[in-house]
Unconditional design. Structure first.
Ligand code: BGC
Length: 539
């Protein structure tokens, strides 16, 4: 029935032949909606950031290690390493699996519903964590909350990329990154404020506060529309037209809405022809089909998305955010390492808005290429100063300054860039799963790095100290070549045009690519390729 209706509507769609008119004009409402959805980043940031400080809080250690503060010697008053590692990494394990499942849920129940479900699951996990006085319950709570964060972090990117107008899509997804940075900063501020309390409020306040973010996001999203591309995927074109008209602020039957819808439908039909859909496992297998030697095949896109997120983690940014405090402590000459750590989170927040502008004006590709180079230079300077003059006060100040400049480069390029590109490179039939797989890769590498870096850096283990920046610097050099050889320029194109561009162009030439026809024309929703070329010609 739905399909029949969809078919009728498809007949009446007005196919766009003009490649510049495949999307209705941008409205303030669209901006506000995306800005709100970006709020999900606060979860991501706060949740990964708060645990660091909490595990160093005296009351928390006393409670979870069952210690008597009056009789326990100072050097025994610590949270055991294996518990630290378990409590920190279990969240990423939850998010890894959560984001994988989320792709399926988003295709089945909808993008918006999946995010709201993520908020509910997350609140359940946070309640357990807040109530906990034992490691077992804390770990269970973090695992469950991790599932929720996985849902939210994977699907927000998908949802935003699908409803954002193409001209500001990069800026809007960067807004999500901005919220991640705010979350990280808020977490370190809240930890800073409650760390010395002599009651369970010290750790319960930062933990419980997270419920607020979930309530705001989940509650607010209930008022926002579902993604029109989800309805197209389901064959419910009437609903797709309805939400598109809400997002674009144009009447449902207006030419602009009809043309945008026709293009989304035609692209989906084209993709479905290229990738026939089978059962559940078959549709998962679709993500890995195609030639390894063709940059636009599904398998290559999945490799691009997952490796881009891996490279983002390899920049070493979370070394600064997860272990910055202890690293600065080891340098010895710093009075308040906690404060320095907080400053790095503030630099992160203040730098990110530059990317709102740069993503659209300069483009994704140059930002990723030059950002990697900037990070390489800063990290090698930190490493060289560290090994030559590590204990000198001036040298340490120089190291801290270059770490801050490094954070500036990350926050304006790879931080937002990886998320922006991941939201854009997949065709609709595998988009939800592709974004989910890429997000899962981010969490997987996040987790691996969180587990191995203390072993590389700590004095009683690998004892790399500042030399670890040689490793991050070399990995950033890899990021430079990676971006140069593999990343396409996607700015200013609709998601459907990105799909075409990846078919017709190469990374190095992608910024020059211009659409010459629309999917609607190509699919015969109108036999209009000729007139499209005419329009191009005249233009
Ligand atoms: C990364 C996180 C990181 C954050 C820092 C995000 O894009 O995925 O792992 O902690 O940026 O701002």
């Amino acid at each position: 029935m739905a399909e029949e209706k969809g078919h009728e509507r498809k007949q009446s769609l007005q196919a766009p032949t003009d490649t510049t008119r495949v999307e209705a004009p941008v409205t303030v409402k669209a901006y506000l909606m995306c800005a709100f959805a970006a709020f999900g980043g606060i979860f991501f940031g706060f949740d990964s950031g708060y645990i660091n400080g909490v595990m160093a809080m005296p009351y928390f250690i006393q409670e979870f290690e069952h210690l008597d503060p009056d009789t326990t010697p100072k050097d025994k008053f610590v949270f055991a390493s294996w518990k630290k590692s378990l409590v920190t990494s279990i969240l990423s394990a939850g998010t890894f699996f959560g984001s994988l499942i989320a792709g399926d849920l988003a295709d089945y129940f909808g993008r918006r519903t999946t995010i709201v479900a993520g908020c509910v699951v997350f609140i359940g996990g946070v309640v357990l964590q807040t109530a906990s006085t034992e490691v077992g319950m804390l770990v269970a709570g973090r695992l469950i909350a991790g599932f929720g964060v996985g849902f939210v972090s994977a699907i927000i990117i998908l949802y935003m990329s699908e409803i954002a107008p193409r001209k500001v899509r990069g800026a809007i997804v960067s807004g999500y990154q901005f919220c991640i940075t705010i979350g990280l900063m808020l977490a370190s501020c809240v930890d800073y404020a409650t760390q010395d309390r002599d009651d369970s409020g010290s750790y319960r306040i930062p933990i419980a506060l997270q419920m607020l973010w979930a309530l705001i996001l989940g509650g607010g999203l209930l008022l926002l529309p579902e993604s029109p591309r989800y309805f197209v995927k389901k064959g419910e074109l009437d609903k797709a037209a309805h939400v598109l008209s809400r997002v674009r602020g144009q009447p449902k039957d207006s030419e602009l809405i009809q043309q945008e819808l026709a293009e989304i439908v035609a692209n989906h039909e084209y993709e479905m022809q290229v990738i026939p859909q089978g059962g559940y496992f078959d549709s998962w297998l679709n993500c890995f089909r195609g030639s390894l030697f063709k940059a636009n095949s599904n398998v290559r896109r999945v490799i691009l998305g997952t490796s881009l997120q891996m490279m983002q983690q390899w920049t070493g940014v979370n070394f600064v955010f997860y272990f910055g405090t202890t690293f600065f402590q080891q340098l010895g000459t710093i009075d308040d390492p906690f404060l320095i750590s907080m400053i790095t989170t503030i630099v992160n927040v203040l730098s990110t808005p530059f990317s709102f502008y740069a993503m659209e004006k300069i483009g994704r590709r140059p930002l990723l290429i030059w950002g990697a180079l900037g990070m390489v230079i800063c990290q090698f300077i930190v490493a060289i100063v560290g090994v030559t003059d590590g204990q000198d006060k001036k040298a340490v100040s120089a190291m801290i300054s270059f770490i801050c400049i490094y954070i500036f480069f990350f926050a304006t390029t790879w931080g937002p860039g990886a998320w922006v590109v991941v939201g854009e490179i997949y065709p609709l039939p595998i988009r939800a799963r592709g974004v989910a797989l890429s997000t899962a890769s981010n969490w997987l590498w996040n987790c691996v790095i969180a587990i191995i870096t203390p072993y590389m850096v700590d004095g009683d283990k690998g004892n790399l100290g500042a030399r670890v920046f040689f490793i991050w610097g070399s990995l950033c050099a890899l990021c430079f070549f990676y971006a140069y050889f593999l990343v396409f320029e996607t700015k200013g194109l609709t998601l459907e045009q990105v799909d075409k561009m990846m078919e017709e162009s190469t990374p190095a030439k992608s910024s020059k690519w211009k659409p010459s026809t629309t999917f609607a024309a190509q699919m015969g929703l109108a036999d209009a390729k000729e007139s499209a070329e005419e329009v191009e010609h005249v233009a």
